[in-house]
Design a protein around this ligand. Structure first.
Ligand SMILES: [Zn+2]
Ligand SMILES: [Zn+2]
Length: 136
């Protein structure tokens, strides 16, 4: 599945093999930064570092950080302030595609739809009962 793409970091063409988003040079560069970021984060006093602190300190794009979290290379379970933007609202999410708020909202909406359906069912049954009741 090799495919020629241009590297989003440096603009050079490279063979995209589905494993790397960037060219080999940039990939090596990213790996070096990853090692540094990871080493930094592993120190207890840095565990709670925010995305902004890390991007400023290492002079990297937040996107790079998001990618590492998405791929599970940086675990939000270990580093509570890390995450990536929610597909729905852009707030920081830590697992799945959505943030906790959106997940809750969607769950509520679904619950409301279900409740409405239950109500409709209940009304239907009631009508049924009344109808038969009247007949008797
Ligand atoms: Zn590149
Ligand atoms: Zn959200």
């Amino acid at each position: 599945m090799a495919e020629i793409r241009d590297c989003p970091s440096c603009g050079q063409f490279f063979n995209y093999n589905g494993l790397r988003e960037v060219c080999a040079t940039c990939f090596q560069e990213e790996e070096k930064i990853y090692e540094e970021v990871y080493r930094y984060l592993r120190r207890r006093e840095n565990r709670a570092a925010t995305i902004e602190q890390i991007t400023t300190k290492f002079d990297i794009e937040a996107d790079l950080l998001y990618r590492w979290v998405r791929r599970g290379r940086l675990q939000p379970a270990m580093f509570p302030n890390l995450g990536y933007p929610c597909d729905r609202c852009g707030a920081i999410a830590q697992d799945g595609k959505l943030c906790t708020k959106c997940k809750d909202e969607i769950e509520n909406e679904l619950a409301q739809i279900e409740a409405a359906e239950d109500l409709r069912e209940a009304l239907k049954t009631q009508e049924h009962v009344t109808y038969h009741g009247r007949k008797l």
